[in-house]
Design a protein around this ligand. Structure first.
Ligand code: MN9
Length: 299
């Protein structure tokens, strides 16, 4: 099986349930995974931005990765984000995830004002430490020195790198990467249909936590070439995303999960909770939408 056949479909960037002190809560995490797999997702992306990997200790991230692998059917893709503030810690997490049974690893660029040469050395070290495929996480606002398509193609040549998680709206760039034979996951949930049309093999996203089956259906429609229906479904999804984006995304997603009967606790500080006013506003905006019933405990 080639890499482009091995990676596909809908992968929620799953939230990490934590208590008020930021300690990982395995039981709601297992319940969330069971729920998204029942909805038909093809895998999960663990401890990324949505999963607040960078806000947790390395020891806790290893635990989350282990529970993620243990709670996933063997046929599902478990991609563990190992990006960290230092190359050393990212390498340690990459080695751990490879041993723990992850399907692949992934990493954001190092956060800070680094040159492309520094970023490339970081990715090389992680790729060399990994024994599973590696997906670079392209997120231009976090790393302005890593935005040119030639640079991204260069990173795709590093050891074990098979492609990227692509969070941008430049679908010209996306299409070049995909046509060059690399695995490209779309990262902007509100533009998934556009990414799929231009060659993404699937999508990884935070909104998939709350409406996984709608994204599964969108992917099925796109795979069948039914672009008109896929686009209409994207519009329905975006009615919810427009509401969510009025607030900080990750606490909003956790609030919606709670309202759908799955308490995933808090976000890791310094990420704040929604205020009482925002929570009431979110609840009232859901009223009368097709999502009202799903998040019924908001009433
Ligand atoms: O890349 C996610 N982006 C971030 C993935 O986590 C910053 C997306 O899933 C967005 O949260 C989503 C809403 O804008 O598209």
């Amino acid at each position: 099986m080639t890499d482009t056949q091995k990676f596909f479909g809908i992968l929620p960037a799953v939230v990490t349930p934590v208590d008020e002190a930021g300690r990982f809560q395995a039981a709601p995490f297992e319940a969330l995974l069971a729920r998204v797999y029942v909805a038909g997702v093809d895998g999960i992306y663990v401890c990324g931005q949505t999963g607040e990997g960078l806000q947790q200790s390395a020891a806790q991230r290893k635990k989350v990765a282990e529970v993620a692998v243990a709670s996933s059917p063997a046929s599902k893709q478990v991609i563990v984000h190992v990006g960290a503030m230092s190359t050393g810690e990212a390498v340690e997490l990459a080695q751990h995830a490879s041993r723990a049974g992850a399907t692949a690893i992934s990493s954001l660029p190092p956060i800070g004002n680094y040159s492309f040469a520094e970023i490339k050395a970081y990715y090389r070290a992680i790729g060399e430490a990994s024994s599973v495929p590696f997906l670079v996480y392209y997120f231009p606002s976090l790393a302005p020195s890593m935005t040119q398509v030639e640079q991204l193609l260069e990173l795709c040549e590093l050891p074990n790198v098979v492609g990227l998680k692509f969070t941008d709206s430049d679908f010209y760039k996306l299409s070049i990467l995909a046509r060059s034979g690399h695995v490209v996951f779309n990262g902007s949930d509100e533009m998934l249909v556009a990414g799929l049309l231009r060659g993404a093999c699937g999508g990884i996203g935070s909104i998939y936590n709350v409406i996984p089956e709608m994204f599964v259906e969108l992917y099925a429609l796109a795979s069948a070439g039914d672009w008109a229906e896929a686009s209409a479904l994207q519009d329905r999804i975006n009615d919810l995303i427009r509401i969510i984006l009025r607030y900080p995304v990750f606490p909003a997603v956790k609030t919606l999960l709670k309202w759908s009967g799955l308490n995933c606790g808090h976000c890791v500080k310094p990420r704040r909770e929604l205020t009482a006013e925002e929570t009431a506003d979110l609840a009232s905006r859901l009223q009368g939408t097709e999502f009202a019933e799903r998040f019924r405990s908001a009433r």
